[in-house]
Design a protein around this ligand. Sequence first.
Ligand SMILES: [Mg+2]
Length: 261
Amino acid sequence: VSIPLDDRLRALALAAPTAGIFSDFDGCLAPIVPDPEAAMPLPGAAELLARLARSFAVVAVVSGRPVSFLAGHLDAAGVRLVGLYGLEEQIGGAPRIAPAAEEARAAIRRAHDRLVEAVAVHPGVYVEDKALSVAVHFRRAPDPDEAMRWGDELVTGVAEAEGLTVQRGRLVCEVRPPGGGDKGHAVARLMLEAGITHGLVAGDDAGDIAAFDAVAGLDCLRVAVTSSESPRELLDRADLTVAGPEGYLALLSGLADATDP
Ligand SMILES: [Mg+2]
């Protein structure tokens, strides 16, 4: 299913050779599911991104997931995979790891061990080891919002003790290296490397606000992929909204139809 393009999307399609498409993964390409490990992109998402990569200067997936997870779920030729909010990127076969992430490896290990021990008392809360960062998930707790309030304090304390930073998302808190950047830095770097100043940035979550802000002064469309959990701050910054991953894929499909060589 493709959506009809409005003027802004038609202009983007015309500018494809000098424009980028930057998509978040969870909530944009893949529906949110209770078990994050079970998340899968919608059927056809990888093929669609690969089609767009033949026309656009840059097509990238910028996610909080490890690059290895993205690579295992999106076999899309020509699409750049940026993981852990920019801490790692798949270049050819091997991941490129940011210096800030290498320097913080030992502190991340210690934070991981402390968090695993601390969350044991709270049912349904679990720790995801992302190697270069640590995520604490609250979605499977009996009362996820209560668990997140409880866990936020815990995670913040551990991060401060280890000189690390905290990134919050949908029922998840993540401990990250200081100076490791965010999705905004990642998108800005990709655009700078490609020498482009316009494109489309799509996100659904608090972690995507930085990416929206990074392109605020540029000729970029900010697409909020909405759900019942959409943060107000994201919606306020959006140039257009689409309903869920299905809506976003329909938008991408319209763009691909308009740009296919
Ligand atoms: Mg997301």
